[in-house]
Write a protein that binds this ligand. Structure first.
Ligand SMILES: [Zn+2]
Length: 507
C-alpha cells in the first residue's frame, strides 16, 4: 500500500490534469469509514467542504444476494452504523484500502443508493458518471467475479519486481561461468483489460471517467490521466502510455471524442460533427460488447459519458442526445447493425424484453452493434442522401434531467422513399461463425440487397415490409446503398434490419 499511497500523493500534488474535480459536486450519500463500524453519511445535511475527498468502488455484484443493501427500511440503521463483518469481502477490502490511502469517505453503489426506490435509483443513476468523475481515487476490484471475491487475490509471485520465483541456475558449457535465467515478468496491461471486471458494462464509464484508478487484480496497477504504473514498473517508465481498461484502440477513442466536442471548435462544427459520429459509434461498438446483468441498463450505464460529451460541447449538443445517438448526426448514427460478435454461433437474439426503447435505437437490442466507422461525407466519390429527418424525440424519466438514462418511448418522423419488399432467409456459414443475412426481394421479384436482421427474424413475420434507402456512396466501380428495413405495425413502422446493396456504377 506504500506504493499506492506514493502514486496517489504524487498525482494529487503534481498532475494538474488529474485535479479538475468539480468542488460543487458531492454524492448524496457517502460511507464514513473512519470508525471501527462504518456509517452512512447524508451529505446534504453537512458542510460540503468536508466531503470533497472520497474513494469510489468499481466492482461486480456477481449475483451476490446475502449482503446488506441500503433500503428505505435500513437507511436509519445504516446512518447509526454498519457492522463491517456483515459486508462481502470486496467491500471490506475497499474499506481497508480507503483507510490506508488516508481517505475518510467511500462510495459503494449498493450501500449509497436506496435499492428499493425506483425514484432514488433514477436520480442517482443520472449522476453516476459525476460520482466517479469527482472521486479522489477509484478502487477497482479487477479480479473479483462477485462481492465475495475481494480486492486482494492470489497472485503469481513471478509477476513481482524483483521476481520472487526461483531462477534456474546452470553452469555454462565451459564450466567457468554460471548462467542465471531469471523468468521474464509477465504482469502487463493485458492483465487489466482482460480482467473479470473489464467485461462488465457499468465499469465502462467508471473506468473512462475516473481521474485515478487503483487496480487490484493479477497485480497492482495505477492509472491516472497523466500516466500509468504497476508494481512491476512503479515509475511507469517502461510500460505503458497505452490503453488501460479496454486496450489501446478504445482508450484512444475517448480523448478523441472529447476533443471533437470542445466548444473551441464550434466554427468547424460540421467537421466536428463528422468526428462526433465516428468516435461516438466506435465507442458504442466497444461498449455494446460488454455484459450487463440487466440489459435495460444499456443507456443508464453509458449516461455519464454522454453527459461529459454534452458538457464539453458547451450547449451545442444540448437536447441532442436521443437513446444513445445524437440528433445532429442521426441520419448516420441510425445505420448501425447487429455486430458479428453478437451473431457468433447464436444467431440474432430477440429484442430486449420490456424494453420501451424505440426500435431505431441500438439500445433496443442486446449484444454487440457495429457501425460504419468513417465519415460518410468524406467518401471520395461523394455521397447522396435520400432521407430527411423531420423530427426525433425520446421520453425519459422526469428525474433524469440530462435525458441520458433509460428511454421509455420515442418517435422518429422522416421523409423517405419506402420500397415495398419481402425477405427470404439465407444462411452463410463460415468456419467459425454463422452469419445470418436475408435476401431482400422487391415487388417485381428482383433481389435488391441483403438485410442484417437486428434481432430474431420473427420480427419480419407480421406486417408489410419496406426497404428504405438512406444514402448512396460511390466505391470505385461500384455504388453502395445503405438503409434500413422497416415493418408496418398499424400507423407506425418498426425497424427490423440494416439494408445494404451493392450495384455496378452506371456511367
Ligand atoms: Zn495523475
Amino acid at each position: 500500500m506504500n506504493l499506492a499511497r506514493g502514486w496517489l500523493e504524487r498525482c494529487s500534488a503534481h498532475h494538474a490534469i488529474c485535479n479538475q474535480q468539480d468542488p460543487d459536486f458531492i454524492p448524496t450519500r457517502l460511507l464514513d469509514v473512519r470508525g471501527p463500524a462504518i456509517r452512512l453519511t447524508l451529505t446534504e445535511s453537512k458542510k460540503r467542504k468536508e466531503y470533497t475527498k472520497y474513494c469510489c468502488l468499481s466492482h461486480c455484484w456477481g449475483g451476490v444476494t446475502d449482503m446488506p443493501l441500503l433500503k428505505t427500511t435500513t437507511l436509519k440503521s445504516f446512518v447509526s452504523g454498519i457492522d463491517i463483518t456483515t459486508l462481502p469481502r470486496t467491500f471490506q477490502d475497499a474499506i481497508l484500502i480507503t483507510r490506508q490511502l488516508g481517505v475518510r469517505y467511500l462510495w459503494i453503489d449498493s450501500l449509497c443508493i436506496v435499492q428499493d426506490s425506483a425514484e432514488d435509483w433514477a436520480k442517482e443513476a443520472a449522476v453516476m458518471g459525476k460520482i466517479y468523475q469527482n472521486g479522489h481515487c477509484t478502487i477497482s476490484a479487477a479480479e473479483a467475479a462477485s462481492g465475495h471475491g475481494g480486492c486482494f487475490v492470489r497472485r503469481n509471485p513471478l509477476n513481482c519486481n524483483p521476481p520472487l520465483g526461483y531462477p534456474s541456475v546452470q553452469p555454462s558449457a565451459s564450466g567457468a561461468e554460471i548462467e542465471v535465467d531469471v523468468p521474464a515478468p509477465r504482469l502487463t496491461m493485458v492483465d487489466v483489460f482482460t480482467s473479470k471486471l473489464a467485461s462488465r458494462g457499468w465499469v465502462f464509464q467508471e473506468a473512462l471517467l475516473s481521474p485515478r484508478i487503483l487496480y487490484f487484480g493479477r497485480g497492482l496497477f495505477w492509472n491516472c490521466k497523466a500516466g500509468q504504473a504497476s508494481e512491476l514498473d512503479p515509475l511507469g517508465r517502461g510500460i505503458l502510455h497505452m490503453g488501460m481498461q479496454y486496450g489501446p484502440a478504445t482508450d484512444a477513442i475517448f480523448p478523441k471524442l472529447l476533443e471533437s466536442s470542445r466548444p473551441g471548435r464550434a466554427r468547424k462544427r460540421s467537421a466536428a460533427s463528422k468526428k462526433l459520429h465516428r468516435e461516438w459509434m466506435r465507442l458504442v461498438a466497444t461498449y455494446s460488447r460488454l455484459q450487463l446483468t440487466f440489459e435495460n441498463d444499456r443507456l443508464p450505464a453509458l449516461a455519464g459519458i454522454a453527459q461529459t460529451v454534452m458538457s464539453l460541447a458547451g450547449g451545442v449538443l444540448k437536447g441532442q442526445y436521443l437513446a444513445g445517438m445524437w440528433k445532429c448526426t442521426l441520419v448516420f448514427d441510425l445505420l448501425w447493425s447487429q455486430g458479428a460478435a453478437a451473431l457468433d454461433g447464436h444467431g440474432p437474439r430477440p429484442r430486449l424484453d420490456r424494453n420501451e426503447c424505440p426500435s431505431w435505437s441500438w439500445a433496443s437490442i442486446g449484444g454487440a452493434v457495429e457501425s460504419y466507422l468513417g465519415t460518410w461525407q468524406d467518401w471520395p466519390g461523394g455521397m447522396e442522401l435520400f432521407v430527411d429527418i423531420v423530427s426525433a424525440t425520446t421520453e425519459c424519466d422526469p428525474l433524469d434531467t440530462a435525458r441520458t438514462g433509460k428511454v421509455t418511448g420515442g418517435d422518429l418522423t422522416m421523409e423517405c422513399i419506402p420500397i415495398p419488399c419481402h425477405v427470404e432467409a439465407r444462411k452463410y456459414a463460415t468456419v467459425d461463425m454463422v452469419e445470418v443475412h436475408w435476401r431482400l426481394i422487391d415487388g417485381e421479384g428482383k433481389e435488391i440487397g441483403k438485410a442484417t436482421p437486428d434481432t430474431n427474424p420473427n420480427e419480419f413475420v407480421d406486417g408489410a415490409t419496406f426497404a428504405v434507402p438512406f444514402l448512396r456512396i460511390e466505391d470505385g466501380s461500384e455504388m453502395e446503398l445503405h438503409g434500413l428495413v422497416l415493418v408496418q405495425k398499424g400507423d407506425v413502422f418498426a425497424r427490423v434490419a440494416k439494408w445494404t446493396a451493392t450495384t455496378p456504377k452506371v456511367s
